[in-house]
Design a protein around this ligand. Structure first.
Ligand SMILES: Cc1ncc(COP(=O)(O)O)c(C=O)c1O
Length: 485
C-alpha cells in the first residue's frame, strides 16, 4: 500500500469531483474536501497516506493554491487530515467514524443507513440451534490443547464431502480450515507469491482480494470482463496467461463478485490446461458456488480439470451461511495443505474449535439452508431488478444467474459522485472504481441483493432521486479533455 500520493495520482482518483450534486451552491474548496472525504470513505484513499503538497495538487487539478489550502483546512477541521509543519499532511480516521466490516470508514451512528456496500446475508434461523448443538459437542475436545492448524477432523470431513458431492474426489487431508475465505487467500498468497510477484486478476474483482494482493506488493495484470452475459473472453484470458506467465491467477468463476458471471465448463478446462502449460498457479475463489439461482446448472468445479496440483480452491461459510462465523477453507494437495499449516502456525495458529463445530452442524443442514437462501435471494434480486427497471431504466443490467450481486452499467461515468450523493440520503454504495485498480469503472455500480426487498426498493428510489439531482447540478464545464486531431 502506498504511503504517499502525488498530485497527479490524487487528481486521477478525484476524477469528476466538481460534478457533485448541489455543486453550484458550494464553493470549490468545500467540493474538493467533500470529494477527498468520499475517496476516504470508499477505501480508495487509505488511512495514514501523505497527501500531495498544496502546490502540487493545485497544479494537477489546475485550480488555485488557495482553494487547496482551504480544502485541506476543512479536512483538518473535520478530522480527516493531520498536518505537521514542514512534514506534510496525512489522512486519518475522524473520531466520529469507525472502520466497517468491508474496510470502509463509516459514521459511528449510522443505524438508519441502507447499506448496499456489503454483499452478505443476515444469519439463517438454523444458526442458533447449530451453536447450541456445538456447545454440547465441545466436551469431546476439551481434553486436548485445542490447536488444530489444519482444522478439526469433523469439519474437514464435511468440507471434503461437499466437494465429493460436487463430483470432485477429495480427502479430508486435502482440506485446511481457515478463518474465512479472505484468510484463506492471504495464506495461499503467502506461500505461492514472493513479494512483487506477478498476478492476473479479473477486472472488476473483489476489493478485499485486490487489497490482499497489494499487501504482497503484487504486480497485477487484469483481464477485463464484459458487462454482458459473456463475461470472460476466452482468447484474451488465455492469451494473457501465455504472454504474461503470471505466478498466480486469482479468479472467481462461480458467480463472480461483482458481476455475477458463471464461467462455462469448456473455459474452465482450457484455463487449467493453459495455466499448467505456462506455470501459473490458479487460486479459485468459490465463495458463491452454493448460490445458483433460477435452477442454473453448475459446471464442474474448476479443480476437477486439474491433474498437476495447479489449482488451489478457496471457499467458506460466509455467503451461504453467515459471515460472522469466520470459517473458510482451502482445498489443495495434501502436501500443500501441510505447507500451508506450517505457514499458518506463524500467523494465527488455528481456528476456534467451537466455531468449527457450529460449522459442522450447519453443513449437515446445508441442503435446506441453501434452498431457503436461493429462494430468498431470487425474490430479492427480482425486487431489485423491478425497482431498477422502473426508476432507472437507462441503466443496463445483466441478470445474474447466481451469487448475491449485480453489476449495473450506468448512464455516465458517475459512480463515485452518485455514491457520495447517496450517502447524504442514507444509502451506502460501493462505487465501481472500488472493484478495479486504476480509478476506472466509473460507469459501473455493484448492487447487492442481500437486504430485504422493501429496503432494496426504498434504496433504489433514493438513488434515483439523487441521480436526478446529479444532472441538475450541471455537467462539468471544466477539465474537458482537449481533442488531439
Ligand atoms: C469473492 C469473495 N471472496 C472472499 C470473500 C470474503 O469472504 P469471508 O467472509 O469468507 O472471508 C468475499 C466476501 O464478500 C468474496 O465476495
Amino acid at each position: 500500500m502506498t504511503s504517499q500520493v502525488r498530485g497527479a495520482q490524487l487528481a486521477r482518483l478525484l476524477g469528476q469531483w466538481h460534478a457533485l450534486p448541489g455543486r453550484r451552491r458550494s464553493p470549490d474548496y468545500a467540493a474538493l474536501a467533500g470529494a477527498v472525504r468520499g475517496l476516504l470513505a470508499d477505501g480508495r484513499l487509505p488511512l495514514g497516506v501523505r497527501l500531495p503538497a498544496e502546490r502540487d495538487l493545485a497544479e494537477a487539478l489546475r485550480i488555485s493554491r488557495t482553494t487547496v489550502t482551504a480544502a485541506y483546512r476543512e479536512l483538518r477541521d473535520s478530522g480527516h487530515l493531520a498536518s505537521r509543519r514542514g512534514a506534510g499532511s496525512w489522512t486519518m480516521l475522524p473520531g466520529t467514524h469507525r472502520v466497517a466490516s468491508n474496510g470502509l470508514w463509516i459514521p459511528l451512528d449510522d443505524r438508519d443507513m441502507l447499506d448496499l456496500g456489503v454483499a452478505a446475508l443476515a444469519a439463517p434461523p438454523e444458526l442458533l440451534p447449530a451453536a447450541r448443538a456445538a456447545a454440547e459437542d465441545l466436551p469431546r475436545y476439551l481434553g486436548g490443547a485445542g490447536y488444530h492448524p489444519i482444522g478439526i477432523i469433523e469439519l474437514r470431513e464435511a468440507v471434503a464431502q461437499a466437494y465429493v458431492d460436487r463430483g470432485l474426489p477429495t480427502s479430508p487431508d486435502q482440506i485446511m480450515v481457515t478463518n474465512g475465505t479472505q484468510h484463506a487467500l492471504d495464506l495461499v498468497l503467502r506461500l505461492a507469491l514472493a513479494p512483487g510477484g506477478s498476478v492476473l486478476v479479473e477486472s472488476p474483482s473483489y476489493p478485499n482480494a485486490l487489497a490482499a494482493l497489494s499487501a504482497r506488493r503484487a504486480r497485477i495484470t487484469t483481464h477485463g470482463l464484459a458487462a454482458d452475459i459473456s463475461g470472460w473472453d476466452a482468447d484474451l484470458l488465455l492469451g494473457s496467461l501465455r504472454q504474461v506467465r503470471p505466478r498466480v491467477a486469482y479468479l472467481i468463476p462461480d458467480f463472480q463478485n461483482p458481476t455475477g458471471h458463471l464461467m462455462p465448463a469448456e473455459l474452465r478446462e482450457r484455463l487449467v490446461a493453459t495455466a499448467h502449460a505456462v506455470g501459473t498457479d490458479l487460486v479459485i475463489d468459490e465463495s458463491f458456488v452454493d448460490l445458483s439461482l433460477d435452477d442454473t446448472v453448475m459446471p464442474p468445479p474448476t479443480a476437477s480439470f486439474d491433474r498437476h496440483s495447479r489449482v488451489v480452491s478457496i471457499g467458506g461459510m460466509s455467503k451461504p451461511f453467515w459471515g460472522g462465523l469466520r470459517i473458510g477453507w482451502i482445498r489443495a494437495s495434501a502436501p500443500q495443505v501441510q505447507r500451508l499449516a506450517a505457514a499458518r502456525v506463524g500467523v494465527d495458529m488455528a481456528s476456534p474449535v467451537l466455531d468449527q463445530l457450529v460449522a459442522v452442524h450447519l453443513m449437515a443442514a446445508a441442503p435446506a439452508i441453501a434452498a431457503a437462501r436461493r429462494s430468498q435471494l431470487t425474490a430479492q434480486r427480482d425486487a431489485l431488478l423491478g425497482a431498477l427497471a422502473t426508476r432507472l431504466p437507462e441503466w443496463r443490467i445483466t441478470v445474474p444467474r447466481g451469487g448475491v450481486t449485480l453489476w449495473a452499467e450506468l448512464d455516465g461515468p458517475i459512480s463515485s459522485a452518485l455514491a457520495r450523493a447517496a450517502e447524504e440520503v442514507g444509502v451506502r454504495l460501493a462505487p465501481g472504481p472500488r472493484f478495479g485498480l486504476d480509478g476506472t469503472l466509473e460507469r459501473f455500480l455493484r448492487l447487492p441483493f442481500t437486504l430485504p426487498s422493501a429496503d432494496l426498493v426504498e434504496a433504489v428510489g433514493r438513488i434515483a432521486a439523487v441521480r436526478y439531482d446529479l444532472d441538475r447540478a450541471g455537467a462539468p464545464r471544466w477539465h474537458e479533455p482537449s481533442v488531439i486531431a
